[in-house]
Design a protein. Structure first.
Lengths: 302, 259
């Protein structure tokens, strides 16, 4: 539990949450602004003291400095690096801060510079790097510490689509290739869906869902179809369709419709209804909920 | 144990790199200190011409006093400025996540700052001796421990100020008040026991005796040396205690990332 003391009394940021992340897992932490994601992450790194309760990483209480041997964090994105230090200098500094010898720091630096495609920029100061490269450098600075656990707070914030995808690949590799445990918080559902096997959803300082991504998607899977229409939908056809399929809504200025079928009906029943209403069909696709739909439904429900 | 050494080395190297990356800032700080000294020196010469000895113990006394004051103003504010800058950059939290602990990282910063200050003050001293035409003695074996013990209380104050900076962020107004307080402490005669218990006063007096009168650790009164060591330890640990208390407040209120 975490309360922030303010002049108007304590503000509750975490109202008693409990979760466990297993070794080698990539878990997404989702929540709206103010849901408590960053507070939870900072408690795990030892940057915040919980009002009550305890947090441990690899069996080490997060209140102890030694927890930094277990966990490294990327917080506030690219603001985590020294802008007047070059790529290599940043990496060597953070390795040294962890207590690695200069020889080990040089070895890790060379490896990460190559892995993140920063060779050409290795002597460039961070302030002259593009946003994407700064972000990569910040992630590399967290990795140089060689901790088994990584906490990533908004790792793709402000990145273009291409760099975001590149970084997602790197994050996935951390768990599959190196066996790292990753807890990732992001507003970008694409990133979470793409990288995480399991998702914890926070709302108003509580855990409102904690399940694998496929199970969460299945929870909200419906038998909904989207039908695109060649000539649009006349009023008469619409009235006839609604009689047989009450859960119908039109989209794209009557050029498409979405319909949720009751359990006893299948796609053939839908096709029969469309034919009988005299509607010219161009295509039919099944509507699958994505993580964003799931998230919104759960958070609104909470 | 080596981990601690590597962390210290990393902090020192970063300190030196940043000095190199901000050359104008580094040189202008040195130039400002020298210009202030020139003004003081001109004032003292003028007063001497009028038959008034402004600094009690002559121009050599002025040089030693100014030197200690320079050390003091670098010592007490450097860590606070650094923490404010780190909070603004967003790197403060990363420093907190060192397995060697944030206090060790801060202490490494302070030692780096002390070592670099030694170099600056040596340059400044050279310039001051050229300007005044007075030559001072440098028995390094006596000077270094004395200097360390003299400025240690100021580093204690520096830790306390840094703790305040973690919670209150903008504390520059304090710096200005302390600068003037340090002038008074450096100039204090420190003959009375209460004077010896204050930071800087006794140390400056002993340094003068070494650099101007040619005394050594062996010839200085043992009681004074003990008093100096006692005040050094007292203020340093007090400062660390204050720092620790404010660090706890910052962690409770989630202020480490704020600026």
């Amino acid at each position: 539990m975490k309360d922030y003391p303010t002049r108007k009394g304590p503000v509750r940021a975490l109202a008693g949450i409990s979760f466990r992340v297993g070794e080698g897992e990539i878990v997404g932490l989702l929540g709206a602004n103010g849901a408590g994601k960053t507070t939870a992450i900072k408690i795990l790194c030892g940057l915040l003291r919980p009002t009550s309760g305890r947090a441990e990483v690899g069996g080490v209480p997060s209140s102890r400095p030694e927890v930094a041997r277990q966990v490294a964090a990327l917080l506030e994105g690219s603001r985590n690096v020294y802008w007047r230090l070059s790529v290599e200098e940043n990496l060597r500094f953070f390795a040294g801060l962890q207590g690695l010898s200069p020889r080990e720091a040089r070895r890790r630096t060379a490896e990460l510079v190559a892995r993140f495609g920063l060779q050409e920029k290795r002597r460039t100061t961070a302030n002259l790097l593009s946003q994407g490269m700064k972000q990569k450098l910040a992630l590399a600075c967290a990795l140089v510490k060689e901790t088994p656990v990584l906490l990533l707070d908004e790792p793709t914030l402000g990145l273009d689509v291409e760099t975001s995808h590149e970084l997602r690949g790197m994050i996935r590799m951390l768990a599959s290739g190196e066996g790292k445990t990753v807890l990732l918080s992001s507003h970008d559902m694409g990133v979470v869906e793409d990288t995480c096997r399991r998702v914890i959803i926070l709302a108003r300082g509580r855990v409102v869902a904690d399940d694998s991504v496929p199970s969460l998607l299945a929870l909200f899977r419906t038998t909904a179809y989207r039908v695109s229409l060649r000539d649009g939908l006349s009023a008469e056809a619409r009235a006839r369709l609604v009689e047989r399929l009450p859960a119908l809504r039109t989209l794209d200025a009557e050029r498409a419709l979405e319909v949720e079928l009751p359990p006893e009906k299948d796609v053939y029943a839908l096709m029969d209804a469309l034919r009988e209403a005299g509607v010219a069909v161009e295509g039919v696709t099944r509507v699958e909920p994505d993580l964003e739909d799931v998230f919104l439904r759960i958070v609104r429900g909470a | 144990m080596m981990r601690y050494f590597w962390t210290f080395q990393a902090v020192l190297v970063r300190f030196l790199i940043e000095l190199k990356r901000y050359p104008l800032n580094t040189l202008s700080s040195l130039a400002t200190l020298y210009i202030v000294f020139l003004l003081l020196f001109a004032g003292a010469r003028y007063a001497q011409g009028l038959g008034v000895n402004l600094f009690g113990e002559g121009l050599e006394g002025l040089v030693v006093g100014y030197l200690v004051w320079t050390f003091a103003i670098i010592a007490y504010s450097d860590l606070s400025w650094e923490l404010m800058r780190e909070a603004q950059q967003g790197t403060l939290e990363q420093l907190y996540m060192s397995p060697q602990g944030f206090r060790f990282v801060s202490a490494s910063w302070i030692v780096s700052s002390f070592l670099v200050s030694l170099f600056w003050v040596a340059v400044l001293l050279g310039l001051m001796m050229l300007t005044t035409g007075r030559v001072l003695r440098f028995p390094v074996g006596t000077l270094l421990p004395l200097l360390l013990l003299t400025v240690a209380p100021v580093y204690g104050i520096g830790f306390a100020m840094a703790g305040l900076a973690l919670v209150y962020k903008r504390i520059q107004a304090f710096f200005q008040i302390l600068q003037f307080l340090f002038v008074a402490l450096v100039a204090l005669p420190a003959d009375a026991p209460w004077g010896k218990a204050l930071p800087l006063a006794l140390g400056t007096r002993l340094l003068r005796r070494v650099m101007v009168d040619g005394e050594t650790l062996a010839t200085l009164p043992a009681v004074d040396l003990l008093a100096l060591a006692g005040t050094a330890a007292f203020y340093l640990f007090l400062g660390l205690g204050v720092f620790r208390a404010f660090e706890g407040i910052a962690k409770d209120r989630g202020l480490l990332a704020h600026y």
